[in-house]
Write a protein that binds this ligand. Structure first.
Ligand SMILES: *Cc1c(COP(=O)(O)O)cnc(C)c1O
Length: 382
């Protein structure tokens, strides 16, 4: 950890090792390595054990950016989420999580964790201030997301951490939507941070990856389980992820700016009922974002005032954003959560969560603001 250096300097230099005078670290396309007398199984250098030079460099870099003692990379965001939870919450123990969760995480908690003997319950995200009432005597960990999808809610982190610390409960956060550039959960007191590195960390819509960061003591058990389960990031994906992370700061600072300006612009269109972005004063969690975040990231949502058909016609006029799920990449994307991320939930349940069939999520990329503004104005401004 080298907290004295700035974020971008750390993103470029931390963890890097020059090989044969190379400026960028090469891809170690080797599944196994020459044995040198290691006695511990996990010290034997082998691809699945997450200890090749490409893994070690990325781990050091991510730990530096999250200001944690240790970190590991995984083959997807979901493998980071599932491995961290399975390692930290044992059979017979209870996991308390917010109700507004990433779809994959939600289904894992609902369908799989109870099968493996873990108790799971959800609390309404907007009730994080009174989270005590949801704790059980066997609560082992609390799980939240830094910014929820697609309404961009931010739980009361300080309250959650203070309650958890008092009771000796672990805190886990999926910080995918904020990225380490906008928010360092460990500085507030979160124990373990997970990321879908598929999104902002890699940023180029060409890699699936995940990351887990936290104290060395907890990472030891997480690494061990990861080696047993086997969702290892392959060396080429490690190389691409490392390359992506080097520009994380410049990408996110631009995405913060463009998303805020675009959200402000769209908010004024007569056909737009509401825009959800924590960088807007109108968002209920604006003050939390101001207090804890360096910026609010590239994702916002808006609710269209019209029929689904009218919405589809309008979205069809957009020329720049791709209509695709995912987020955090350099190309702008739009998606209707009712058709993608939340299609597995009934319309009634969705409406209870505030996710209407005319809600559109936008992930702002690196296109010039003026071009995006003109594109959205032409499609939705009338
Ligand atoms: C995408 C996403 C995940 C899952 O990541 P994958 O890389 O697709 O496995 C988990 N959490 C959040 C918040 C996400 O956006």
């Amino acid at each position: 950890m080298s907290r004295s250096k700035g974020f971008n300097t750390r993103a470029l230099h931390d963890g890097e090792r020059s090989i044969e005078r190379s400026v960028t670290q090469p891809i170690f396309q080797s599944s196994t390595y020459i044995y040198e007398g290691e006695e511990d199984y996990t010290a034997v250098r082998y691809g699945r054990l997450n200890n090749t030079p490409n893994h070690e460099m990325l781990s050091a870099k991510i730990a530096s950016l999250e200001s944690t003692e240790d970190a590991v990379v995984t083959a997807s965001g979901m493998s980071a989420v599932t491995t961290a939870i399975l390692s930290l919450v044992g059979s017979g123990e209870h996991l308390l999580a917010q109700d507004n969760l990433y779809g994959g995480t939600y289904y894992f908690l609902q369908d799989d964790l109870p099968f493996w003997g873990r108790e799971v319950s959800l609390f309404p995200t907007q009730e994080s201030e009174t989270i005590e009432q949801y704790l059980r005597p066997n609560t082992k960990a609390i799980y939240v997301e830094s910014i929820s999808n697609p309404l961009l809610k931010i739980p009361d982190f300080e309250k959650i951490i203070s309650v958890a610390k008092k009771r000796g409960i672990l805190t886990l956060i999926d910080s995918t939507f904020s990225s380490p550039y906008n928010f360092n959960p460990s500085a507030l007191g979160f124990d373990v941070v997970v990321h879908s590195a598929t999104k902002y960390l890699n940023g180029h819509t060409d890699v699936l990856a995940g990351a887990i960061a936290g104290p060395a003591e907890l990472l030891k058990g997480i690494r061990k389980l990861l080696c047993h389960l086997g969702p290892t990031l392959d060396p080429h994906a490690c190389f691409l992820l490392n390359r992506g992370i080097k520009t994380l700061g410049v990408r996110i600072s631009r995405q913060n700016d463009t998303a805020l300006k675009l959200a402000e612009t769209i908010q004024k269109f007569p056909k737009i009922r509401k825009v959800f972005y924590p960088g807007l004063v109108s968002h209920p969690d604006y003050h939390r974002a101001q207090k804890w975040f360096r910026g609010c990231g590239g994702v916002f949502s808006f609710d269209f005032d019209g029929s689904e058909e009218e919405l589809e016609t309008a979205l069809g006029k957009l020329t720049l954003p791709f209509n695709a799920p995912s987020l955090g990449g350099i190309e702008s994307l739009i998606t209707r959560p009712c058709k993608t991320s939340h299609s597995g939930i009934s319309k009634l349940e969705r409406e209870k969560l505030g996710i209407t069939d005319t809600l559109v999520r936008v992930s702002v990329g690196l296109e010039d603001f003026e071009d995006l503004r003109r594109d959205f104005e032409r499609a939705l401004g009338g």
